[in-house]
Write a protein that binds this ligand. Structure first.
Ligand code: GLU
Length: 281
């Protein structure tokens, strides 16, 4: 797989993290970025691609909406914030996608929905139906009812699970991190940028020990875990900076941006086995 083949991708999952959706200084929604994201995704959709958005931000948006100074420490407090924030976020997505003439749908998933055969099959069928109808599904964890998701869950892994579930051929993780470095570039001047990862070996895993951002949940560790799921399931995965939303167009045009993890479909990879193992952790 080369970057040049990106234009042939058909089913694309794009994940955007909380830190890419809110202003760093205030924690309030970055509407300019949100609008640009929606515009780029709509254009992708209009060009004939099937697009799924995995969006974080429910808790952060809820915190601000409720006028709280910071994210509550207690689980119920976070879940209440997510309940408020998710509705607010979807209202904005539906409004902006609607302005561009596209219908957005909300799909909320928990680990348990994915583990249970019936609900996982239902979820897969719903995704297929929505894509057939020309709708853009907007996915998040169902933070309001999930128990361990808020503590352990992250949307990097979730987006890879969604990519595997729907048989996507490309997963793009938009992040405030521009890609994978051999070391933390903030701490080490020797840190080298990696543009392609053919195989996720111990050396790559060791590079994933970087910290996450102030508002997001995932760090490089969860991104590498996501890459493992996505590439095993047969999808390429790219970590790219969310500073300019047209990075998505540049990726699809075959430009080398961010870090590409090359798909290597593993016939022994079964989503349900992966989920069952992660449940026992
Ligand atoms: N599901 C969480 C939210 O929407 C975010 C999880 C994450 O940051 O990865 O607030």
């Amino acid at each position: 797989m080369t970057n040049a083949a990106m234009k042939d991708k058909k089913r694309i999952v794009v994940k955007v993290g909380t830190s890419s959706l809110v202003h760093e200084e205030t924690g309030l929604m970055d509407l300019d970025r949100l609008e640009k994201l929606v515009r780029v995704l709509t254009d992708l959709h209009n060009s004939g691609k099937e697009v799924i958005l995995v969006s974080s931000g429910a808790i952060a948006v809820g915190v601000k909406r409720l006028g709280l100074k910071e994210k509550p420490k207690a689980k119920a407090g976070k879940q209440a914030c997510a309940a408020v924030g998710q509705a607010n976020l979807m209202m904005l997505y539906q409004k902006i996608f609607g302005e561009y003439g596209v219908t957005a749908a909300q799909i909320l998933i928990t680990k348990y929905t994915m583990i249970e055969d019936i609900s996982r099959r239902n979820a897969r069928a719903t995704f297929a139906e929505l894509l057939k109808m020309g709708v853009i599904p907007v996915v998040n964890e169902n933070d309001t009812v999930s128990t361990d998701e808020i503590e352990f869950g992250d949307n990097d892994t979730l987006s890879a699970i969604v990519a595997a579930l729907v048989g996507a051929d490309l997963l793009i993780l938009l992040s405030d991190i521009e890609g994978l470095y051999t070391d933390d570039p903030k701490k080490s001047s020797d840190a080298r940028f990696i543009d392609v990862v053919e195989k996720i070996d111990d050396e790559i895993l060791a590079m994933g020990k970087g910290a996450g951002s102030a508002v997001g949940t995932g760090g490089m560790c969860t991104k590498i875990e996501a890459a493992r799921i996505a590439t095993d399931s047969g999808a390429d995965m790219i970590i790219a900076p969310a500073t300019q939303m047209n990075v998505i167009n540049r990726i699809l045009a075959g430009e080398k941006v961010g870090t590409l993890f090359v798909a290597h479909k593993n016939e022994n990879f079964h989503l349900i086995d992966y989920l069952s193992k992660s449940r026992k952790k």
